[in-house]
Design a binder for this molecule. Structure first.
Ligand SMILES: [Zn+2]
Length: 163
């Protein structure tokens, strides 16, 4: 039962997510962005990353350490997966690692946007990202197909983050 989520595909998704995280009443957000409250509730429940909500709560409590810990955990998982894939030459695990790395980084970018008052964050300029990308590309070295799809995925992420 997959239904297309009108919020996920909404051009103003980031603003909507931010409003949701700030716990603005559904009907306010709904009327501002011309969407239904039902879609908002569903999106909030099913698609709004829990980490994003946690991140905002951490910021509110002036306790960014929780958040940093969460993000570090995700990154450690990704690195573990990548190393395993490297050892075993497992292309599917490597791809899964890439996918997870991208999701983690996207999430981090969102969290950064939420924290900063000016929502300008260039994921490609962070040292951590550059290191991770290099590691992934190295791991994928012998698998040209995987490498290509990773690079394609990167392009789509950077398109998103500049919008
Ligand atoms: Zn959604």
């Amino acid at each position: 039962m997959t239904r297309v989520c009108t919020i996920c595909s909404h051009a103003e998704r980031h603003q909507i997510d931010v409003a949701l995280v700030h716990r603005e009443p559904y009907r306010h957000i709904a009327s501002r962005h011309d969407i239904s409250t039902g879609a908002l509730q569903r999106h909030s429940r099913e698609h709004l990353p829990a980490l994003l909500v946690k991140a905002y709560e951490a910021v509110e409590r002036d306790n960014a350490e929780d958040l940093a810990g969460e993000v570090t955990k995700v990154k450690e998982d990704v690195h573990r997966l990548k190393e395993k894939a490297e050892e075993e030459g497992d292309i599917r695990a490597a791809l899964l690692g890439c996918d997870k790395a991208l999701k983690a980084l996207e999430l981090q970018a969102k969290v950064e946007q939420l924290i900063q008052t000016t929502p300008i964050f260039n994921i490609h300029l962070t040292t951590e990202w550059i290191e991770l990308r290099t590691a992934i590309l190295q791991a994928l070295g012998p698998h040209s197909e995987a490498r290509e799809s990773f690079l394609r995925a990167l392009t789509s992420v950077s398109d998103d983050s500049t919008s």
